[in-house]
Design a protein around this ligand. Structure first.
Ligand code: ADP
Ligand code: MG
Length: 589
């Protein structure tokens, strides 16, 4: 076999077919990316309604029909030609106001499929179409179409079998397509979109009316879910480098998949590592590891502060003010999360109430209403509840109220002027310890106490190694360990905040945490994960009997602690029920 040699054969220009196929590989990686390009073209053409149809995960058929401005007969051949565009008026790549600007998507898609573009330009009395088969452009012929444009790609990648092999199964490609449509639908609430897959309607978004903010909210509700609207905070902040706005989920509203973080930069859905990193940073310690927060975040910067031309697929961007964008995003989200932290609990109360409603008389309760002149019945203390002195008036006015009782040695009941508060004592304590450790860490290191008798712990060798490799960092966090001859570890000092700990279990858990985080996880976030883990160990476990003074002390600490509405795993630490909720529960309202 003869290998071409540059010296012998010389340099030659690739023919346009080959060029288009090379480019196609970058612009259209898979059916979903072709659909993204076609929808974006429709959006650029001011479409109000876009219908998308696919078969076999987009591999057999992709069709995008819009009611936009259309393309004239003369322009049809240009539309499918590479580097031909009607956009980018001043040829300025730093003044991009359209979704497209590279003029290569249609050429790329048409280069690897059987492609038909049919269009009727605004005001024209007829429609025209052009066919392109794997890059071979046919003649412009008359066609039938009322308005707008219909782009149809059949047998995508049939012309490049190597690429075809890399496509995933029908299901997986279909999921990706739906996700692409959802993202573009979020970004364009005023535009109606319908997705059909194999003849079945998968998504339908009616055009949202009202002002931009209202329309956006309504569309997000449709795309992400109505519960997200209730479980999220609206942010809108003008910063020196741009506007940050959107909806950010409460940490308790987390998901197992990272695609629930939607980011739009200058209206373009992107997977931007910088912004996604900032989002993760803002939620660090709030959402359990392995789970992801849910956000729909818009970042709008002046076009000349953004490079959207980083990759042919345009899903990456580069900010000129990257560091400031990052810092402002983190701050904006942190503020929203902190503010919601103290409020997180109140919706939990309503959920609890609604789950109670309609159950009829509770077990052990009289089935008949008491006589009108009945005096209030004083029940005996039920098993598990610790009787308490009547809370004094002054304490009740604290936000979390005055402790009244401990139930099942797990929950604290407190009375406030407006209702009652139920606290998960373990979750609450854990949060407090975590926040205190973080604060100490930020100042002059975590305070530690020496154990009177050092604890000797046996662990598998890999765990011992892992822990010893992190010895210095652990020490900074207040945990002092030393290797022993027999391969065991010796715990000499522990963080003072933890109180009494089970060293063996603590070390086992820490070793598991350290094994989980990969090399890419920053040291800082690992430290916080370790803090969180230790906090969990030092906490007042469910099951500890607390005195009224101890309970009140816990409540006061919660009030003074940031993010105390959620535990380190993102679950609520307390729920609040207003008197009116309770009255509703008993159908008095
Ligand atoms: P780009 O969008 O970067 O300009 P494309 O290859 O995607 O490049 O499209 C080429 C040109 O074809 C566009 O600039 C536009 O003028 C025209 N075009 C493509 N799709 C549509 C559409 N749905 N409606 C109107 N014009 C379109
Ligand atoms: Mg385009």
């Amino acid at each position: 076999m003869s290998v071409p040699s540059p010296a012998k054969d010389g340099i030659r220009r690739l023919d346009p077919h080959t060029i288009n196929r090379i480019a196609a590989g970058e612009v259209v990686e898979r059916p979903a990316s072709a659909i993204k390009e076609l929808i974006e073209n429709a959006l650029d053409a001011n479409a109000r309604h876009i219908e998308i149809e696919v078969e076999d995960g987009g591999k057999r058929l992709i069709r995008v029909v819009d009611d936009g401005t259309g393309i004239t007969a003369e322009q049809l051949p240009l539309a499918v030609e590479r580097h031909a565009t009607s956009k980018l008026p001043g040829n300025d790549l730093f003044d991009i106001r359209t979704m497209g600007f590279r003029g290569e998507a249609l050429a790329a898609i048409a280069g690897v499929s059987r492609f038909t573009l049919t269009s009727r330009a605004e005001g024209a009395d007829a429609a025209w179409r052009i066919e392109v088969d794997a890059g071979r452009v046919g003649k412009v012929r008359p066609a039938a179409l009322q308005r707008g444009t219909r782009a149809e790609a059949r047998d995508l990648f049939y012309a490049t079998p190597a690429r075809l092999k890399f496509l995933r199964g029908e299901r997986s490609e279909s999921m990706e397509i739906a996700e692409t449509v959802r993202n573009l639908a979020c970004a364009n609430p005023a535009v109606g979109m319908v997705l059909r897959n194999g003849g079945r309607e998968v998504l339908r978004f009616a055009p949202e009316k009202g002002d931009a903010a209202e329309a956006r909210r309504a569309r997000i509700g449709q795309v992400i879910g109505a519960d997200f609207l209730k479980d999220s905070m609206e942010v809108s902040r003008a910063t020196p480098v741009g506007r940050i706005s959107g909806l950010v989920g409460k940490p308790t509203h987390n998901r197992s998949r990272g695609n629930a973080m939607r980011v739009f930069v200058n209206g373009r859905p992107v997977r931007d590592t910088l912004v996604l990193g900032a989002v993760r940073g803002a939620y660090r310690g709030q959402v359990p590891s392995g789970r992801h927060p849910v956000v729909a975040l818009w970042i709008d910067v002046p076009p000349d502060r953004l490079d959207a031309n980083v990759h042919p697929a345009k899903t990456e961007v580069r900010f000129r003010d990257a560091a400031e964008i990052r810092a402002n995003t983190v701050r904006c989200l942190r503020d929203a999360i902190a503010e919601a932290g103290h409020r997180a609990a109140s919706t939990g109360g309503m959920t609890a109430v609604s789950s109670f409603r309609g159950v009829g008389p509770a077990i052990g309760m009289p089935a008949f209403p008491p006589p009108a002149d009945a005096r209030p019945v004083i029940f005996d203390t039920p098993p598990g509840a610790t009787p308490m002195a009547k809370p004094d008036h002054a304490t009740r006015t604290y936000p979390l109220g005055a402790a009244c009782a401990q139930l099942h040695r797990m929950f604290i009941v407190a009375e406030t002027p407006e209702g009652i508060v139920l606290v998960d004592q373990h979750a609450a304590h854990e949060r407090i310890v975590f926040e205190q450790m973080k604060a100490q860490l930020a100042e002059d290191g975590v305070a530690r106490s020496q154990l009177l008798i050092p604890d000797v712990v046996s662990l598998p060798e890999t765990d011992t190694e892992r822990l010893l490799a992190r010895r210095e960092e652990l020490e900074e966090l207040g945990l002092v360990i030393e290797p022993m001859q027999s391969g065991q570890l010796c715990v000499r000092e522990v963080p003072t905040l933890l109180g009494e700990v089970n060293s063996a279990r603590l070390l086992q858990d820490l070793a598991a945490d350290l094994a989980e985080g990969d090399e890419a996880t920053s040291l800082r976030s690992r430290l916080e994960a370790v803090c969180s883990r230790m906090a969990c160990h030092g906490s007042v476990r469910g099951g500890a009997t607390l005195s009224q003074a101890e309970m009140n002390a816990l409540l006061r600490k919660m009030e003074a602690t940031p993010h105390s509405g959620q535990c380190n795993h993102g679950r609520p630490t307390y729920v609040e029920m207003k008197l009116e909720d309770l009255e509703r529960l008993f159908e008095r309202r």
